[in-house]
Structure formats: structure tokens, C-alpha cells
Design a protein around this ligand. Structure first.
Ligand SMILES: [Zn+2]
Length: 355
């Protein structure tokens, strides 16, 4: 009889190409320019903590090309990501100029109620961006592709029989929808990996990042073969504001296959773990073959973006509960900004998967 077993080592996929995405600033509510919080240093903290363990087997990702990404994202959106930086540097029309060429950020955003998709660079930037955090610089597109390749290589490892893999992705992905960038995210790494796995069997994406996984919700909203679950700060008070509500349950074929668990500010270990238990019940009922965890650790007490009070021990218990599902599991790195604690928090989340 088939017996599920974890290994003594965990395959981890990471590429240094992420460093090419290093925006000089972002813009906070109220217009204040601040250093980019989703910084390359985040990966250094995580890698340093992983290297102190005796189970982290860190490898370069393979290159899967554009096809798996185009299976999830809009092709015009991807073309925009590919060419936006060069267009910003060399304006192609009198309507595109670069008042500050250190970063591409539009000042106008589409509400998507309009029939026209503009041709100008700034028009498209506002059309394809949801906010002022998905700043595009010279290396953004390459970094986003390499990040997605980490997730795809992890999915491949799972298909080939690894019980668990960790895609140490940067930039993150869960806020990126079919045709928009948002919340530091450009390509939805977990969604691209889930779509690949879905060609084999049923998949669940469990999003434990502090913020609602609006992009993942958008991508799978009409599908029943990929169950999506997000546990997060209530969008009534927290970013991304416009998705992540409890009554959003999927539509058409996908009705009943999306679940949001919005939580109040100040949520502690006890409350969180009780809600996770409900989410795990939903996963068991669905009977998936594969599990993807959108792994954000900005739920941690002390995260500069978070309002939750989850301790490191709480994060460890979250990992243990997920490990007890005994499903082939791909972790995909999302948020987490308490840099000094970030590495240890990621280790705490993962270590129940090494036996
Ligand atoms: Zn987050």
C-alpha cells in the first residue's frame, strides 16, 4: 500500500536573478516616497536561515519559457511587462515622456469600466496596474520570469514524486491577476504552477499570506479543478480592499470552489489556527492530489504591514497542521517584511515537512 513519507531534505528553488528587480522607491498612501519594502534583502535573510538548517537543498530553477505563463495571464499584459521598461527609457510617442526615469509608475489608473485599452505607455501602465507598489524597473520582467520558473520547477519536482518543495520566489505573485500587476506582484507564480499541476489532477491553493490573494482569486474564479482558499486580513479594512470577502465563492463552473476567510485586526494564534482547521476541512472534502501553499509570513506579530499577532510558534503550528494533510505540497514564497525575523519564520513554517 502507498505510504506518504516526507524526506530528510527539502528541495528549494531559487534564482539570484531576483536582484535585478530593485526599485528605488515605492509610494505609500498619502503620497510619501519610501524605500521599496519588497527588497532583495528579504531573500538574503531567508537564505541565511535556510543554510543554517541541515535539510535545505537549494537549487537553480529550470527555464520553462512563456507558454505556462500565457496559459494563465493575458498576452497583451505580458507584452506590456516585457517592453514597458524600454518604452519608458525611449518614449515612442509624444504622449509618453519620462519625468523620472528611475522607475515606471503611472499616475492614472483605469477603473476597468471603460471600453478602450490605450496604446500609450502610461495609458497601458495605468490599465495594467492596480496600485503604486508594482514598480517597474530595468530588471523587473526578467526577475518576474525567473521567480515563476522557481514555482514551475517546484511543481515539476512534485509531479516527479517529491513530497514537498519550496519555491523561494521573488517578486511574489498572489496579487497579480490575469491582466494586472498589484501589491509587489507581476506574474502569479502559484497560479502558473497550479495550472501546470491541474493538467495532472485536482489542486488546492491555500493562501496564508496576511493579505487576500486577489490575483489568485481572479485567475481561478470560474474553475472547479483548482480549489482556492485564502485566509487573510479583512479587506473591509486592509489591502487589497476590493477582493477577499466571505461572499465571494466563485462563479459559473467555479461556484463553491473559492473560499475567503477574512479575519479582524489583532488575530492571534488561537483564532487563526481555528480558522485554518476549517480551511483544512474544506481541503479534505475536495480530495486534491496536490497542494500549493501561497506562503506569506506577514501574519507575524511585528510585520510592518500586518495587524495580526501570530507568533513564531503559531507559524510552526500552521506548518504542522498543513503537513498533517500528507499531500504533495509546493510552498511558494509570497510576502513577509519583518526582515530580521523573516528567515526564522520561514524555517518555522517549513520544518514540519522534513522528517
Ligand atoms: Zn502580504
Amino acid at each position: 500500500m502507498y505510504e506518504f513519507r516526507y524526506n530528510a531534505v527539502m528541495k528549494i528553488f531559487h534564482s539570484e536573478i531576483h536582484r535585478r528587480h530593485n526599485p528605488p522607491f515605492e509610494v505609500f498612501d498619502g503620497g510619501r516616497r519610501v524605500p521599496y519594502l519588497e527588497s532583495p534583502a528579504r531573500m538574503d535573510h531567508i537564505l541565511s536561515a535556510l543554510r543554517k538548517t541541515n535539510w535545505a537543498d537549494i537549487k537553480e530553477p529550470a527555464d520553462f519559457g512563456l507558454d505556462p505563463i500565457l496559459a494563465v495571464h493575458d498576452s497583451d499584459y505580458l507584452k506590456f511587462l516585457a517592453s514597458a521598461w524600454d518604452e519608458w527609457q525611449a518614449p515612442v510617442s509624444e504622449f509618453d515622456f519620462a519625468p523620472d526615469n528611475s522607475a515606471l509608475l503611472p499616475a492614472t489608473f483605469a477603473l476597468r469600466r471603460h471600453p478602450h485599452k490605450p496604446k500609450s505607455l502610461l495609458g497601458r501602465a495605468g490599465y495594467y496596474m492596480m496600485d503604486l507598489s508594482a514598480v517597474i524597473v530595468k530588471g523587473t520582467y526578467e526577475a518576474a520570469l525567473s521567480s515563476t520558473n522557481c514555482a514551475l520547477t517546484g511543481a515539476q519536482a512534485i509531479i516527479e514524486g517529491e513530497p514537498v518543495a519550496f519555491a523561494l520566489c521573488r517578486p511574489p505573485g498572489h496579487h497579480a491577476g490575469k491582466d494586472y500587476a498589484a501589491g509587489y506582484c507581476f506574474i502569479n507564480n502559484a497560479a502558473v504552477a497550479a495550472n501546470e499541476l491541474s493538467s495532472k489532477d485536482k489542486v488546492v491553493i491555500l493562501d496564508i499570506d496576511y493579505h487576500a490573494g486577489n490575483g489568485t482569486q481572479d485567475i481561478f474564479y470560474n474553475r472547479s479543478d483548482v480549489l482556492t482558499i485564502s485566509i487573510h486580513a479583512d479587506p473591509a479594512y486592509e489591502y487589497p480592499y476590493y477582493a477577499g470577502y466571505e461572499d465571494e465563492i466563485g462563479s459559473g463552473q467555479g461556484k463553491g470552489f473559492h473560499h475567503n476567510f477574512p479575519l479582524p485586526s489583532g488575530t492571534d494564534d488561537l483564532r487563526y489556527l481555528a480558522v485554518l482547521e476549517r480551511a483544512i476541512g474544506t481541503i479534505k472534502t475536495f480530495k486534491p492530489k496536490y497542494l500549493i501553499v501561497s506562503a506569506g509570513v506577514d501574519i507575524y506579530d511585528g510585520d510592518p504591514f500586518g495587524t495580526f499577532k501570530i507568533t513564531r510558534q503559531g507559524i510552526r503550528q500552521i506548518g504542522t497542521k498543513i503537513a498533517n494533510l500528507e499531500l504533495p505540497t509546493l510552498f511558494v514564497m509570497e510576502g513577509g517584511y519583518a526582515n530580521e525575523a523573516l528567515g526564522e519564520n520561514v524555517v518555522a513554517l517549513l520544518e514540519s515537512f522534513v522528517r
